[in-house]
Write a protein that binds this ligand. Sequence first.
Ligand SMILES: Cc1ncc(C[n+]2csc(CCOP(=O)(O)OP(=O)(O)O)c2C)c(N)n1
Ligand code: SF4
Length: 288
Amino acid sequence: MATFKEFRNNIKPNWCPGCGDFSIQAAIQRAAAAVGLEPENLAVISGIGCSGRISGYINAYGLHGIHGRALPIAQGVKLANRDLTVIASGGDGDGFAIGMGHTVHAIRRNINITYIVMDNQIYGLTKGQTSPRSGEGFKTKSTPEGSVESTLSPLEIALASGATFVAQSFSSDLKQLTSLIEQGIQHEGFSLINVFSPCVTFNKVNTYDWFKENIINLETVPDYDPSNRAMAMSKLMETGSMITGLIYQNKEKKSYENMVHGFKEEPLAHQSLALQKSEFDNLVAEFV
Ligand SMILES: Cc1ncc(C[n+]2csc(CCOP(=O)(O)OP(=O)(O)O)c2C)c(N)n1
Ligand code: SF4
């Protein structure tokens, strides 16, 4: 059985020292080993951003895709080969700005993949502009007077869109983060895990200390019930989405692959898709 070290490769991440993304890389490697995967069973599909580089830093199948398009690619991979465990990953800009349409529809489609958003509340790669997750009044080069737009609450949107697994964690809490990724992988359906991952270079507001002061771990909330969608929604609204832990899970709903008609047991990736010569000749005959 593979250990987490076997999910490492020899590529040195070029993230800034202290970037929250390092812990997410480690948590994915640990969770993959803990649920018994081998590197050849895992595909990590990412978008574009500092966070998007993660697919190159894990020893598994990987694809560093297009900005905002990690989910369409990841869903395609899973539908073509359901034998693979598929993790999609990217920044809050990637998933909640340009990619938000894909995020909402992937949530309601409920294909069995795990989506890990590395939420630093800023655009890191392009050197520090506001993202939809930036706080109101947040000053950047693109908003020198402070952002006047409302901060997006993607986890509330996820719940309203029929999500079956919603969780949130913090890069500094490797134990909780690893456990949530394990649960996300094992969940049947789409799992969304938003991870507060500080950008130490451009975000001087939402720092490690700021998160430590503002996060409420759901383990400390008496009688919290993650199977209760209304409770999950009200806790998110009450706390400005600052809760961490398993926020909501619906274990009853089947994943897309298990409900859609005509989905064959044999993954598409293993089927013989070549045309017979007679089928090819018939097709050509239609055009000549
Ligand atoms: C279609 C497209 N639009 C814009 C960009 C420029 N761009 C690259 S990364 C990025 C945002 C990065 O922020 P985020 O997704 O939050 O990731 P981070 O770098 O913070 O990890 C943008 C706007 C692009 N590469 N492609
Ligand atoms: S710019 Fe920010 S998000 Fe990008 S690697 Fe550096 S600390 Fe991480």
